[in-house]
Design a protein around this ligand. Structure first.
Ligand code: ATP
Length: 367
């Protein structure tokens, strides 16, 4: 019987529990044994009780549960070959044939590296006497599959990541609350939302809440003009009778000289140039909290099922899959390509080549 493990890694995201539930139950339904690796790659390195057999009942009620019940971690050890060697040994010891990793681009980069190193890790385990040749028989290929769990919606080749819409919902609810008090006192609020290389959360939140102005990494303004441009818009809205002003700032917002645009800088401009009573609100970890919205529960479930089916139909000649959603269809993409493309986009944003970043994300993009 195939032994399939599931792990959540990197920042937690709503819907991760739903994906673990779907993987565990689909694996059992296909006659496999299901395992959870606790605490992300940390659990793979620690082994033993961190690799836990999972039954159908273990995941009961997880569909709507926020966070990740099997734990997640940022694990420095897995970035080193030594850590990955221990992880490989633990997988062999527990007889795990395949692993499904639900995490962001970092986690899936780690997964891809682990798969590419796998033959040399096995070789080292045998040549150093840690494993006997017969121990590794049947484990020659590492069977992995990626599920994209991240609130940032920053992975290329998929339209949505598990957690993105829940986080967006949390942001919109928070902005609605702030709107009420801003309106009462006729104040301006500068609201910082998550998103380092990707302004999706900030952009969609601005559209969905009707914010007055927005700063995202992908549209870096000139340091000489962004203050005036913002104030012109905010002032126009005020002159049209609006009593409140909301400016959303993605945490990775920069100007086109790569200087950070921080919420405090934006606040100072609104105070100095328009004389507005201005407050800063950093939404922080609230954005990761609460239950997954219906879309994420559905996405996580359909993709969890697909991940197990992808694992069961995997052959050594096929690239490891990442489960995506494109134009409302659940589909498989080569993990290595998705990870590489996502990294190229982040690099292009870091080097201020915004048009390149946009056209990499969407080849049909036209300025
Ligand atoms: P989020 O989108 O929420 O930030 P993420 O998966 O991108 O999630 P990271 O902290 O980047 O979060 O990665 C999670 C873990 O994956 C790291 O702590 C590390 O253990 C592993 N990892 C990330 N990048 C690599 C890499 N290049 N090589 C090996 N392991 C990596």
């Amino acid at each position: 019987r195939k032994r399939i493990a599931v792990m959540t890694s990197g920042g937690d995201a709503q819907g991760m529990n739903a994906s673990v539930r779907a993987v565990v139950r689909t694996a059992i339904d296909h006659g496999c044994e299901a395992f959870a690796v606790l605490e992300g790659y940390e659990g793979l390195i620690r082994g033993g009780e961190y690799i836990k057999p999972m039954s159908w009942d273990d995941v009961r009620g997880w569909l709507s549960l926020g966070g990740t019940a099997i734990g997640t971690a940022r694990c420095l050890g897995f970035r080193e070959r030594k850590g990955r060697l221990t992880a490989a040994h633990n997988m062999i010891k527990s007889g795990i044939d395949a692993i499904i990793i639900c995490g962001g681009d970092g986690s899936l980069t780690g997964a891809d590296l682990f798969r590419s190193e796998w033959p040399s890790l096995l070789e080292e385990l045998v040549s150093t006497g840690v494993c006997a040749a017969e121990d590794i028989a049947g484990h020659e290929n590492l069977n992995i599959c990626g599920l994209v769990g991240s609130i940032d919606n920053d992975m290329c080749t998929t339209d949505a990541t598990i957690g993105g819409y829940s986080s967006l919902q949390r942001i919109c609810e928070s902005v609605d609350y702030i709107d009420a008090t801003a309106q009462s006192h006729s104040r301006a609020f500068v609201i910082e939302v998550m998103g380092r290389h990707c302004g999706w959360l900030a952009l969609m939140a601005a559209i969905a809440t009707g914010a007055d102005y927005l700063f995202i990494p992908e549209r870096a303004p000139s340091p000489l003009s962004w203050g005036k441009e913002m104030c012109d818009v905010v002032e126009r809205h005020r002159n049209n009778g609006k009593r409140k002003s909301v400016v959303i700032v993605a945490e990775g917002a920069i100007d086109d000289q790569l200087n950070a645009i921080t919420p405090d800088m934006v606040k100072d401009v609104l105070v100095d140039k328009l004389g507005l009573d201005t407050r800063v609100t950093t939404l922080g970890h609230v954005q990761r909290g609460g239950p997954a919205v219906a879309f994420d529960r559905m996405l996580a479930t359909l993709q969890g099922v697909e991940a197990v089916e992808a694992i069961l139909s995997q052959t050594p000649d096929k690239p490891s899959p990442m489960i995506a959603i494109n134009e409302n269809k659940i589909c498989r993409k080569p993990l290595v390509d998705s990870v590489a493309l996502t990294k190229s986009v982040a690099d292009a944003i870091d080097s201020r080549d915004f048009d390149k970043a946009m056209s990499l994300r969407d080849p049909e993009f036209i300025e």
